[in-house]
Design a protein around this ligand. Structure first.
Ligand SMILES: Cc1cc2nc3c(=O)[nH]c(=O)nc-3n(C[C@H](O)[C@H](O)[C@H](O)COP(=O)(O)OP(=O)(O)OC[C@H]3O[C@@H](n4cnc5c(N)ncnc54)[C@H](O)[C@@H]3O)c2cc1C
Ligand code: FES
Length: 512
């Protein structure tokens, strides 16, 4: 099934080139199969390039079109405010390890970008977190102290030259920003000589055993080790969909007016989220901004976050309408550290990485390298920090449980208690919504001519009800973050099967 995502509204993807790798079209046997070609998957491939192992990369769509290519693409060891929390919940040694690994990842991206050249658009920038009140300013002080203890240069400043009203900023010098799609395309070129890469090759199942049996395009790949780097793992082992919850943000881009400057990369300590960076295009400076968090598959929440971001850009930079507007999704782990490693204790040859909490550019590098070390049978110093088999939520358990119950609530509430559906005539041309018909929830979209395209609204992962994302024109699942295009094809897992088509005559009335 060909996917029809609206990538043209994404700044990094609107000029995406047509270079492709062939779909997998035969059975094969390999040492390592990497499933997913984002930041994590391709860095894993790079780390295995010279290992002597037979490695294949299986990418469902095209390289870099999921979270990495839709991110704001800051390449940082500053991950919002994380060091004070990591030190408190996991200990100072672990915070130091996180700092070292992510700093190392940043330098590796710098080196690789130099090899890739202009398309990586790698630029050194300072990274700032800003505070607008005294409570937040105190948080910056605590974070600076923890970051310095972890070995990172971090300074709190008053009156820094930032483009927003602030009380104090926390500055990490010499961080970076890049073009995530150009970088991943370049990176694929660096590995494709030694590693087979296949695009349009969606993995639909992974059977574990001495070798993993991977189904893709009607063929079977037998792999001694399967490495699942699909963001939320598409496999059930380890139950990661219940250990990390999905969240999304709108992202917008627009050229800055002459004389307006944004010198650095910025994010606020409070809410609603304001994240800023710049990018050069055709001789003009664009601002790329992410707005407030929302839950995927909640149309009202999404509209609110989009409206708030557009309004902020208008007030702060005089931008009337962004040239690009899209949404992106990531997964927040239950206790604040990513999950990287064997999915569970019983399957040492099934490896996963997830839960980067919107900071997966450098963490994706760390994950790729850690997973490659495990596939080579080697130890990695950060394996225990990110141990994917850990059981107890060290911290954040209450919030996690609340979110998880919300996901469970969707499941029960949506399936059994009839989630509120729209009257059919409220769905305008070009829009979508969920209607109830003959007791079934249907995902109904009207095309430009007003004709309806009808699908089952039941997510093929675990049966929650999807809803319409008007910004990206996708059907998104609130429970574990699967995304489907207008025709029902999977864009992002954990689902691997499309929404089922349904017939629905326009003159049939929807249920009240
Ligand atoms: C709004 C927003 C802004 C962000 N900005 C930043 C930032 O500035 N800096 C930062 O560090 N992080 C940022 N992030 C987080 C970052 O984008 C992600 O954590 C990171 O890109 C994840 O990389 P990945 O390789 O794990 O996943 P992805 O890039 O999503 O790659 C997964 C790949 O797997 C493929 N796939 C999926 N299912 C299958 C299947 N069944 N078979 C085969 N292939 C499959 C997908 O097509 C995709 O190519 C942001 C996140 C959000 C939501
Ligand atoms: S993603 Fe799990 S039910 Fe939809």
């Amino acid at each position: 099934m060909t996917t029809r995502t609206n990538d043209s509204n994404v700044f990094w993807l609107d000029r995406a080139d047509g270079q492709t790798y062939p779909p997998l079209s035969r059975d094969c046997t390999v040492d390592v199969a990497i499933i997913g070609a984002g930041m994590t998957g391709l860095h894993c491939a790079l780390a295995l390039r010279d290992s002597g192992l037979r490695v294949v990369v299986l990418e469902a769509r095209r390289i870099g079109r999921q979270a990495t290519g839709r991110s704001t693409a800051k390449v940082t060891s500053q991950h919002g405010l994380c060091y004070a929390r990591l030190a408190k919940d996991f200990g100072g040694d672990h915070a130091r390890l996180h700092a070292q690994e992510n700093e190392r990842a940043l330098e590796l991206v710098a080196d690789l970008s130099a090899q890739i050249g202009a398309r990586a658009a790698f630029e050194r920038r300072d990274a700032f977190v800003w505070a607008t009140d005294e409570d937040e300013a105190r948080e910056l002080e605590r974070e600076a102290e923890a970051a310095r203890a972890a070995g990172i240069e971090a300074v709190v400043e008053r009156n820094a030259p930032v483009p927003v009203p602030e009380l104090a900023t926390l500055r990490f010098p010499r961080q970076a920003q890049f073009d995530p799609f150009g970088y991943l395309r370049g990176l694929s070129g660096l590995v494709s000589g030694s590693v087979d890469i296949h695009e349009d090759s969606r993995v639909t199942s992974v059977k574990t055993g001495e070798s993993c049996q991977i189904s893709v395009n009607g063929f079977t790949v037998l792999a001694k080790t399967a490495i699942v780097t699909t963001q939320m793992p598409i496999v059930g082992e380890g139950h990661f969909f219940a250990k990390a919850f999905p969240f999304a943000h709108p992202v917008a881009a627009a050229p800055l007016a002459d004389g307006v400057e944004v010198n650095g990369m910025f994010i606020n300590a409070g809410s609603p989220t304001r994240s800023l960076r710049t990018a050069m295009r055709d001789g003009r400076t664009y601002v790329i901004a992410a707005g407030d968090e929302f839950r995927p598959g909640e149309p009202e929440d999404e509209r609110r976050a989009v409206g708030d971001l557009v309004d902020f850009l208008n007030r702060r930079f005089g931008i009337e309408e962004p040239t690009h507007l899209w949404t992106n999704e990531d997964f927040r782990p239950m206790d604040g550290a990513a999950f990287i490693g064997p999915a569970d204790g019983r399957h040492p040859n099934l490896l996963v990485a997830t839960g980067f909490a919107a900071w997966g550019i450098t963490q994706g590098v760390v994950a790729g390298e850690l997973l490659a070390a495990l596939a080579r049978g080697e130890h990695h110093p950060a394996a225990s920090l990110y141990d994917a088999t850990r059981h107890k939520p060290v911290a954040g358990g209450a919030e996690f449980l609340k979110e998880n119950l919300k996901a469970g609530g969707h499941l029960v509430g949506d399936r059994l208690f009839n989630r509120k559906a729209l009257p059919l005539d409220e769905i305008a041309s070009g829009q979508g919504g969920v209607v109830s018909h003959d007791g079934e929830k249907l995902a109904v979209r009207r095309d430009a001519s007003g004709a309806t395209v009808v699908l089952s609204a039941i997510c093929t992962h675990l049966g929650c009800v999807v809803d319409w994302n008007a910004t990206d024109r996708t059907w998104d699942c609130p429970c574990h973050g699967s995304r489907f295009d207008e025709s029902g094809a999977v864009l992002a897992g954990p689902a691997t099967a499309p929404l089922e088509p349904r017939r629905f005559e326009d003159d049939v009335k929807a249920d009240e």
